[in-house]
Structures are given as structure tokens and as C-alpha cells.
Design a protein around this ligand. Sequence first.
Ligand code: KIV
Length: 287
Amino acid sequence: MSATARKSAPLPDDIRARKGGTPIVSLTAYTTPMAELMDGICDFVLVGDSVGMVLHGLQSTLGVTMEMMILHGQAVRRGLKASMLVMDMPFGSYEESPQQACRNAARIMAETAAGAVKLEGGVAMADTIAFLVARGIPVMAHIGLTPQSINTLGGYRVQGRGAEAEALLADARAVTQAGAFAVVLEKVPETLANRITSEVTIPTIGIGASSGCDGQILVVDDMLGLFTAFKPKFVKRYAHLGEAARAAIQDYANEVHDRRFPGPEHVFADKAPVKTGPAKTTPEQTA
Ligand code: KIV
């Protein structure tokens, strides 16, 4: 069954209500054109702090700033009408105290017109989540592999295997109790993801988790084959746009070297052609 495009953006409560229902579809986006491509197909679009690695060439998400997030959030906002915008809170913008989190979340919401923020952490962040929700800021939680904590998690390894499972269940329960409207489960064993999904009352959004989650998310540049520095096991490439782009760039370079580009159709005559139809206004139509 193919997914039909939405007509208007859901609210966090609409996402919460999808628990156990039609799977929730989401991707990341960082720019207006990419947001336009997924508008109405995705239920929500996340401006993830993965932007630091995917678009800015950083080694991890730790160097992503509030300013970077807000700039990309505003760009994505301009591309969305029928998908909800969710904004990641960057490393260092919320961990210190609920008050710090509230100040920065409010700024993100005000400057990007997002529907919600996402932050990483389970039990440790429960008070902060409750504080934000009580002040009108919808929160999506993110547990399991939380990339902002790679330095204490032992790198990008699977989280929740063996004895760790109970701690992850406790995280899922804590963020649910605190009022998060959904929770991202990243890189956790399939059986544990299924168990969490059946135990908590909010939707689970899987990335490297299970098809049994209430929804799925991927980094758009990963699934389109645009980001190829590495490929986690959980990424499925639905296209190979990076290869296509490189081939096109090579074709362009060859044609420039051979003076085949620009062709006669790309250059301008001394005299403007006589206009016959309505006035042309777009730059590419200007003769
Ligand atoms: O930053 C990100 O892109 C994310 C997800 C993919 C869940 O947090």
C-alpha cells in the first residue's frame, strides 16, 4: 500500500494518537528544497543535529550550535505545509537544568515555528521533559543510542543488550511518564524495541530498532545515498543520488573542457527576441 500525502500538518497530539495505528513516517531535512520534497509524505520532519555531520562535515553532533539549528530550522520551515516540524535541541543547550532547556526550547520554537522539540536522554532528562511539557513545549524523547553521549556510551554501539535492557525500559517509562508525546529508539535490539513499544503508551519511532515500532525515521541523506562517508547497518538506500550527482559533475567538467557547454540554447543573442506572449518574470526565462 502506498502512503498518501497529508493535506495539513499534524499536531503532537495527533502523532501521540497514532500509537498502535498506521505507522508514522518521518525523515530528517535541513534545507527548504529537501523539506518541500517530503512535505505531506512525512507525518513529521526532524531537523536533526545530524546536520552537523551530514551537511557541515563535523566528526560528531557535539559541535552543533543553537544558531546552526535555528538557521536550518527556518529553512525547513519554509518548505513545510503539511508535515509537522520537530527541532532537535543541540548538545549543551538543555542538559544543565530544566530552566536552561526551557529558555533554549522556547527560542527554537519561537524562531522556527516548530511544533515540538526533541532531546536526548531517558531517566536523567525526565524532570526536564516534564518541565517543558508543563510550559507548553511538546517534547519528543530520544533514547537508546544517543549520539550526543557517544563519549560515555562507548561509541556508536547497539544499546540495551543483555543486562542493559532494563535500564532502557526504565528510560522509556520515564519519558512517557514525564509527558513526551513520542520517543525515538535508536540502535536497540529488535526484541527490546518490540517490548518497549508494547509497554509504553506513546508512539515509538525506530531508527535501527524494529519494524514493530509505531513509526520510523531515517536521515534523508543516508536513504538517498547523498551521505556516503559511512553507512550504518540500519540504513536502507532507496536511491544513489550521490553517485548520480558525481557523474553529472564529471559530465559538466568534460563538456566545459571540450567547449560543448554552454551550447547555443544557453547563450544570449545581441538583440532580445520579440515578445509574443505574457511578460516573462522568472530569471531563467529572461532572454
Ligand atoms: O539527528 C538526527 O538526525 C536524529 C535522528 C535521525 C533520530 O536524531
